[in-house]
Ligand binder design. Structure first.
Ligand code: GDP
Length: 288
C-alpha cells in the first residue's frame, strides 16, 4: 500500500467519502474476495450509514469459489446484497446495474410519482487501496478514465462517468483504510499483495501463510512442493520447501528470505490455486 495513514489522513479521507456519499443513490463497497473482512474499512457501516449498498467481492477469479458463495450468504444474512465479480475481465459486472435498479426501485418510483424525470442511478465505488477500484471504474466505463494513483487529500471537481444509460459513477472512488492495527489483518493483506512487503517482515508473512495453507489447503501444499507429509513444525516445512527449490546459501543453510519470496510469489500468482483466507464461520459469532 502506498498510502501512509495517519489520524489526520484518516479523518480527511472519511470527510471526503462522507461528502461524496451525499451526492449518490447507492454505494458499491469493493472488497477482496480472498479476504472479505480484512479488506474492509472498520468503520464502514457508520460511514455509509443510511445509503443502500452492494458489497462487491472483487478478484473472485483468484478466490475459492466455495467460500465466495458462503460470503455472499453471510452478507445476505446481514441484509447486505453481495455479488462476486472480476473487474479485470468484467465477469459479473452486468448484475451490478440490475441489482442497483432493484434496490432503488421504490425510491425512483416515489420520485416519478412526484413528477421527477427519470434519471440514471448515481453510485460511488468505495474501498481500501489495491482492492481494484480503478480497474472496476475503467471496466464499467469501457475506457481509461481514472488515474491509477491513490491520492487521498487531493481534491478535484466531482465528475461523473457514464455506464450505459442507467448508471453514473463518481470518477474518483472513495478510498478508506483497512483495520491495520490488527496484525492478522496486516498479514492477510500482505499475503494477498494488497500491502507492500516492506511494511511487514517477509518471513513472518510466510510463516502465517504456511500455517494457513497447512491448516486449510494441505493437499495443495503437498502437490505444489512435492511433499509426502507436511511436517508438524512450520520451520521444518520452510526447510523442506527451501531445499526442494534450491534456496540454499553457502555452507548449505536454507536461505529463508529467498524461500519466503518464492512462496509468497507463488501464492499471489495462484500457483497454489484459488485461495480464500477468511471463512465466514469465523465471523458469525462475533458481531462484525
Ligand atoms: P485500487 O487501488 O483500488 O484502484 O486498485 P487497482 O484498480 O489499481 O487494482 C489493484 C491491482 O489489482 C491491479 O494490479 C489490478 O490489475 C488488480 N485487479 C483489480 N481487479 C481485479 C480482479 O477482479 N481480478 C484480478 N485477478 N486482479 C484484479
Amino acid at each position: 500500500m502506498t498510502i501512509q495513514w495517519f489520524p489526520g489522513h484518516m479523518a480527511k479521507a472519511r470527510r471526503q467519502v462522507t461528502e461524496k456519499i451525499k451526492l449518490i443513490d447507492i454505494v458499491f463497497e469493493l472488497v477482496d474476495a480472498r479476504v472479505p473482512m480484512s479488506s474492509r474499512n472498520p468503520m464502514i457501516d457508520e460511514i455509509i450509514s443510511s445509503k443502500p449498498r452492494i458489497v462487491l467481492l472483487n478478484k473472485a477469479d483468484m478466490a475459492d469459489d466455495y467460500l465466495t458463495k458462503q460470503w455472499i450468504q453471510y452478507f445476505k444474512e446481514k441484509q447486505i446484497p453481495a455479488l462476486a465479480i472480476d473487474s479485470q475481465t468484467g465477469t459479473g459486472l452486468k448484475q451490478i446495474v440490475t441489482l442497483s435498479r432493484e434496490l432503488l426501485k421504490e425510491k425512483f418510483d416515489r420520485l416519478a410519482s412526484r413528477g421527477v424525470k427519470p434519471r440514471a442511478i448515481r453510485a460511488l465505488i468505495i474501498g481500501i487501496p489495491n482492492v481494484g477500484k480503478s480497474t472496476l471504474i475503467n471496466r464499467l466505463a469501457g475506457k481509461n478514465i481514472t488515474k491509477t494513483a491513490d491520492r487521498p487529500g487531493v481534491t478535484t471537481a466531482q465528475q461523473w462517468v457514464k455506464v450505459g444509460k442507467e448508471l453514473e459513477l463518481l470518477d474518483t472512488p472513495g478510498i478508506l483504510w483497512p483495520k491495520f492495527e490488527d496484525q492478522l489483518v496486516g498479514l492477510k493483506l500482505a499475503t494477498t499483495g494488497a500491502i507492500k512487503d516492506s511494511i511487514l517482515n517477509l518471513q513472518e508473512i510466510t510463516v502465517f501463510a504456511l500455517n494457513f495453507l497447512k491448516e486449510n489447503y494441505p493437499e495443495r501444499l503437498k502437490d505444489r512442493y512435492h511433499l509426502e507429509e507436511i511436517p508438524e513444525e512450520v520451520v521444518s516445512l520452510f526447510d523442506e520447501i527451501g531445499k526442494k527449490r534450491g534456496c540454499i546459501m553457502s555452507g548449505g543453510y536454507i536461505d529463508y528470505d529467498k524461500t519466503s519470496e518464492l512462496i509468497i510469489r507463488e501464492i499471489r500468482n495462484e500457483k497454489l490455486g484459488r485461495l480464500t483466507f477468511e471463512n465466514p464461520s469465523q465471523y458469525k459469532e462475533n458481531n462484525h
